[in-house]
Write a protein of this length. Structure first.
Length: 86
């Protein structure tokens, strides 16, 4: 008997639909961007807050931590965009 026309079991992984591979790329790109934005910003915010409590300089080191974290995030995202444009 012949195979049914809708049987796609013999399709290789390189012939997957562009939507599926594009969707996966979009999800991984979003996850990568999210990490690059939030880890430095929130991490340095927490470090600044901890130093503020120890040195009684509230809220200055927290604000410095957010500013430095934001700058680091911008640099990381700029590098990501440059890599994506190649």
């Amino acid at each position: 008997m012949s195979k049914p026309l809708d049987d796609k079991s013999d399709v290789s992984s390189s012939e997957q639909s562009p939507l599926r591979s594009g969707g996966l790329y979009l999800i991984t790109s979003m996850a990568d961007t999210t990490w690059r934005m939030f880890v430095p910003t929130v991490g340095l915010l927490l470090v600044g807050n901890a130093f503020d409590e120890q040195l009684h300089t509230r809220p200055w080191l927290l604000l410095v931590g957010v500013a430095v974290g934001g700058c680091i995030s911008a640099i990381l995202i700029k590098k990501q965009l440059a890599k994506g444009n190649k």
